[in-house]
Design a protein around this ligand. Structure first.
Ligand SMILES: C[S@@+](CC[C@H](N)C(=O)[O-])C[C@H]1O[C@@H](n2cnc3c(N)ncnc32)[C@H](O)[C@@H]1O
Length: 372
């Protein structure tokens, strides 16, 4: 299957909202007004009912009116619809669920960026979806922070006998997907609820400004991998470089890169963490850990035709999608001036089209195996 069908039909979630979600407090407000809490409806009686230390008597009947119109269902429906709707800010849409505020939007513009990036990453791996040497017939695969779900869709097509799960904070994935793929809504920074020794492959790609505690994430993945199973993480380190001195130190996109590292460090989800993944995997007990770094050209400047194509994708990504990474954080985290940023972005967009600037971005692949 190719680019995900953006049909706005949201996939159903198999895991319910957890405590700590932004909407988890609303049921308490509603329960104060619930029928039966107070015959008179007076505030004093309601407060007394809340403070009552006696054992609460259970209602074992299931045939009364209240059971059908279960308030619990109402709460869950309202939480679910909040999550589905997301939060709108400055014309962009953000996830409404999760322990931490998120900084990348989840609207069509961002999902299109995910899909464009997927084409570039697949080209970089010459058609492969991952590099880890997993078993020939995997049974269970997990995609962390699945976004538009495009990697999960492709891997489910490639391994029809495997059960694939794509997990994300936001229910933005298409509903028409391969039958062996399900999407779940959950926060991967919380305790994982998947089984021990469950997966043959756990995959996480481009989890930008998303993960505060990578060592914890790779430890949780270790528990959920089968012995012999692999974790593969991949992501860019937007530290632009050129091998022939054609990148001037005052380039606007170098300034954008500094802004990105500053923003991500301030929220505790540093964009430099990709450089430490290998150590984190080794510390967690993985073996055969490999780090493979690929240079992504910033435009079609290379001679080689495959690299030229990758550079063309990267140029389109920078020109049309990179603003997404800064959409919320530049003002929100750094208190930056949006007009200054627009000018900087316009300059950077001009620069990246210059084929005389032979710059590239390092992209990290790190994988490791849970020993038998
Ligand atoms: C840049 S997108 C990458 C999408 C996908 N991995 C890919 O490469 O096409 C990052 C995704 O991670 C999700 N995400 C961020 N923090 C998360 C968390 N704590 N738990 C689950 N998903 C998260 C975001 O909602 C977003 O969809």
């Amino acid at each position: 299957m190719g680019i995900a069908d953006r049909d706005h039909e949201h996939a159903s979630s198999s895991s319910g909202p957890a405590a700590g979600s932004p909407t988890a407090t609303s049921p308490l407000d509603q329960s104060n007004a619930a029928p039966g809490a107070s015959g008179s409806g007076s505030g004093a009686t309601t407060a007394a009912a809340i403070a009552n230390d006696d054992q609460i008597e259970a209602d074992y009947s299931t045939d009364d009116d209240g059971f059908d119109a279960s308030t619990t269902n109402t709460y869950l429906t309202s939480i679910a619809s909040d999550i589905r709707r997301g939060v709108e800010e400055n014309g962009r849409l953000y996830a409404a669920y999760g322990m931490h505020k998120t900084y990348l939007p989840i609207d069509d513009g961002e999902l299109d960026r995910n899909d464009l990036q997927h084409c570039k990453f697949t080209l970089m791996l010459e058609g492969k979806l991952f590099l880890a040497p997993i078993v020939a017939k995997p049974q269970n695969i997990l995609d962390l922070g699945t976004g538009s779900g495009i990697w999960a869709i492709d891997i489910a097509d490639a391994y029809p006998s495997a059960a694939v799960i794509g997990v994300d904070l936001a229910p933005v994935q298409p509903s028409i997907v391969p039958p062996n793929l399900t999407f779940e809504i959950d926060d991967i920074e919380k305790d994982w609820l998947w089984g021990e020794d469950q997966f043959d492959l756990i995959h996480g790609r481009e989890l930008i400004m998303a993960i505060r505690d990578w060592p914890r994430l790779v430890r949780q993945a270790y528990t959920c991998l089968k012995p012999g199973g692999y974790i593969q993480l991949s992501g860019s380190l937007p530290d632009f470089q050129a091998d022939d001195g054609t990148l001037p130190p005052d380039a606007a996109y170098l300034e954008m890169s500094r802004i990105y590292f500053d923003m991500s460090a301030r929220i505790g989800a540093s964009g430099r963490e990709v450089q430490h993944w290998k150590r984190y995997l080794e510390d967690a007990g993985y073996v055969d850990v490999v780090q493979h770094v690929v240079k992504i050209p910033t435009n079609p400047w290379p001679k080689d035709s495959r690299l030229k194509k990758i550079g063309a994708f990267e140029l389109a990504h920078f020109r049309d999608g990179i603003a997404n990474v800064f959409a919320r954080g530049y003002e929100d985290i750094l208190g930056g001036d949006p007009v200054y940023f627009q000018v900087l972005l316009a300059r950077a967009r001009q620069e990246v089209m210059n084929r005389g600037m032979h710059s590239w971005v390092p992209f990290y692949y790190v994988w490791g195996r849970k020993p038998q």
